[in-house]
Write a protein that binds this ligand. Structure first.
Ligand code: PLP
Length: 444
C-alpha cells in the first residue's frame, strides 16, 4: 500500500487519561475502569484484551442520543464485523441496538444473543443461499447487492414460502478521502449497484413474486473523519428515494445509510457525533419533505465507533534490542496475530507502559510482535519509558477489527478477553490451549 496515515507523533505519544476509564493509579500503574492493568495481566495472563462494559453502553447511548435528536426514528445497528464477541453483542442487544450482519455466521450470532429477526439487516456483496434462507425465515431485511442476488433471493423466498424483505445497496459514488482500503463507494468498488442502475434494479425487484421491497442501503467507507462525504451520499440517496416514489411508486419503510464513523483516537480531531448526525440526517429529513415521502426508519450501522474505544490490549515485553546504530526494538508477545490492522498501518494505536506510567524519562523505540516477518510491527517511534523484560504495554482503543481478525500464524494460540463490569473483571473468552492449535485437524 503506497498511502499511509499521517500522524501527529506528539499527540500519538501523549497519554491523555479519561477519568473513570483509563487513568494512572497511586502505584503509577495504568488502570481500566478502576482495575489495575498489572493485576489483570497477573491474574489472566498475556496477551489480554480488556473490555469495559460501561464504555460499550456509553458509546452506543451517545450515538443514539445524537442521531435521535435529529430524527426520532433513527436506529443504531451495531456492525458485528467490528467485533463479534458474544458478551458485547449481548450487551448491545440489551441496550436496544439492532444488528448489521454480513454472513450466515454473523446471522447465527445475532440469533444466539436473541436479536429479533426484524431488527437485523443482512448485508454483504456475497451471500450464500443458506444465509439468505435463514434471513428470510428470521424476517431480517436483506440488502441485496447485485442483480443476480435479486434472483437468488427471489428463488430462496419461493423455496421457503415466505416473501423476502429486501433493500438494495446503492453505490452513490462518493470518495471519503480515507485510506483507499476503507473506501467502499468508488466507481471501481465491488459493493452494491451503481446509482444510475438503481431504478432498473428496483423495477426488477418490483416485478419479482417473492420479494417485498422495504428499504434502501448504502455504505461509503470506514474511519471517515470528515462529515462532508456523508452529506453528499445522503443527499444522492434521498434524491433517488424521491425518484423511486415518483417513477416507480415505491414507498420505503427503511433507509439504511451505513456505518463508517471514525473511531475517535486521541490523536485525531474527529467531528463530534452531533455533526455526523446532521450530515447524515439533515438531507434525509429535508428530502423526505421535499419529495412528500412518508415516515420511515433510518438505520445507521456503526461498528468501530461503538466498540473501538471500549477495549485495551495488554502485551508483555519479552526482549529489548538496543543496537549500536541507535535502532531500538521492544519485542512483545503478540503482533499481527492479535492486532493485524496495526501491523498493516490501517489503524494506529497509542501505546503506554502500564507499570511505568509515572516515569518521565523516555526513549524512542519500535514495538514489534514475535512473528517471523518484518512487517510484524505494532508501532514505530514510540516514546516509552526504558523498557525491560516483563514490562506490560497497553495498546489503547483496540476494540474494533482486532479480536475480529485473529489468526494463528506461527502457532500462537488466541489470547483471552476479559470484560470489566462494575469494577469486576470476568473472562468472556478463554485463552486458547496449545491443543486448540490443531483443532479440527486429522493426524493421518
Ligand atoms: C456495510 C457495512 N456497514 C457497516 C460497517 C461498519 O463500519 P465501521 O466499523 O467503520 O463503522 C461496514 C464496515 O466494513 C460495512 O461494510
Amino acid at each position: 500500500m503506497s498511502e499511509e496515515i499521517i500522524i501527529d507523533e506528539a499527540r500519538l505519544n501523549q497519554f491523555v487519561p479519561e477519568p473513570g476509564y483509563v487513568e494512572v493509579n497511586q502505584k503509577g500503574h495504568l488502570q481500566v475502569d478502576g482495575v489495575d492493568c498489572m493485576d489483570l495481566r497477573n491474574q489472566f495472563g498475556s496477551p489480554l484484551y480488556v473490555m469495559s462494559e460501561r464504555r460499550i453502553r456509553e458509546n452506543y447511548r451517545n450515538l443514539v442520543k445524537a442521531f435521535t435528536a435529529v430524527y426520532s426514528r433513527a436506529k443504531v445497528a451495531y456492525a458485528y464485523k467490528a467485533n463479534p464477541i458474544l458478551a458485547a453483542l449481548r450487551i448491545l442487544n440489551e441496550e436496544g441496538a439492532t444488528a448489521e450482519v454480513i454472513s450466515t455466521g454473523e446471522l447465527f450470532l445475532a440469533r444466539i444473543v436473541g436479536v429479533k429477526g426484524g431488527n437485523i439487516v443482512l448485508n454483504g456483496c456475497y451471500k450464500d443461499r443458506k444465509g439468505i434462507r435463514l434471513a428470510i425465515r428470521m424476517g431480517a431485511v436483506i440488502n441485496v447487492d447485485s442483480f443476480h442476488e435479486l434472483d437468488m433471493v427471489d428463488e430462496e423466498a419461493s423455496r421457503v414460502g415466505i416473501p423476502a424483505r429486501i433493500g438494495i445497496r446503492i453505490n452513490p459514488i462518493v470518495r471519503t478521502g480515507t485510506l483507499s482500503v476503507w473506501e467502499t463507494a468508488l466507481d471501481e468498488s465491488k459493493f452494491g449497484i451503481r446509482l444510475e442502475k438503481g431504478l432498473e434494479a428496483y423495477k426488477k425487484a418490483k416485478n419479482l413474486k417473492n420479494v417485498e421491497i422495504v428499504g434502501i442501503h448504502t455504505h461509503i467507507g470506514s474511519q471517515i473523519e470528515n462529515t462532508d462525504p456523508y452529506r453528499v451520499a445522503s443527499t444522492r440517496i434521498m434524491n433517488f428515494v424521491g425518484d423511486l416514489k415518483e417513477k416507480l411508486d415505491i414507498d420505503l419503510e427503511m433507509v439504511d445509510l451505513g456505518g463508517g464513523i471514525a473511531i475517535p483516537f486521541k490523536y485525531i480531531d474527529r467531528a463530534p457525533l452531533e455533526e455526523y448526525a446532521h450530515a447524515i440526517l439533515d438531507p434525509f429529513v429535508q428530502k423526505k419533505e421535499e419529495h412528500g415521502l412518508g415516515d420511515c426508519d433510518v438505520v445507521i450501522e456503526p461498528g468501530g465507533s461503538i466498540i473501538g474505544t471500549s477495549t485495551i490490549l495488554l502485551v508483555t515485553v519479552g526482549t529489548v534490542k538496543r543496537e549500536e546504530s541507535g535502532k531500538k526494538w521492544a519485542l512483545v508477545d503478540g503482533g499481527a496475530n492479535i492486532n493485524l490492522r496495526a501491523t498493516q498501518g490501517w489503524y494506529v494505536y497509542q501505546s503506554v507502559c502500564c507499570n511505568k506510567m509515572k516515569e518521565t524519562k523516555k526513549e524512542v523505540i519500535n514495538v514489534a510482535g514475535p512473528l517471523c516477518y518484518a512487517g510484524d510491527v505494532l508501532g514505530y517511534n514510540r516514546e516509552l519509558p526504558y523498557l525491560e523484560e516483563g514490562d506490560v504495554l497497553a495498546f489503547l482503543d483496540c476494540g474494533a477489527y482486532t479480536m475480529a481478525i485473529l489468526n494463528r500464524y506461527n502457532s500462537y494460540p488466541f489470547p483471552a478477553a476479559v470484560l470489566i463490569k462494575d469494577g469486576v473483571p470476568r473472562i468472556i473468552k478463554r485463552r486458547e490451549a496449545m491443543t486448540d492449535l490443531f483443532m479440527g485437524e486429522e493426524l493421518i
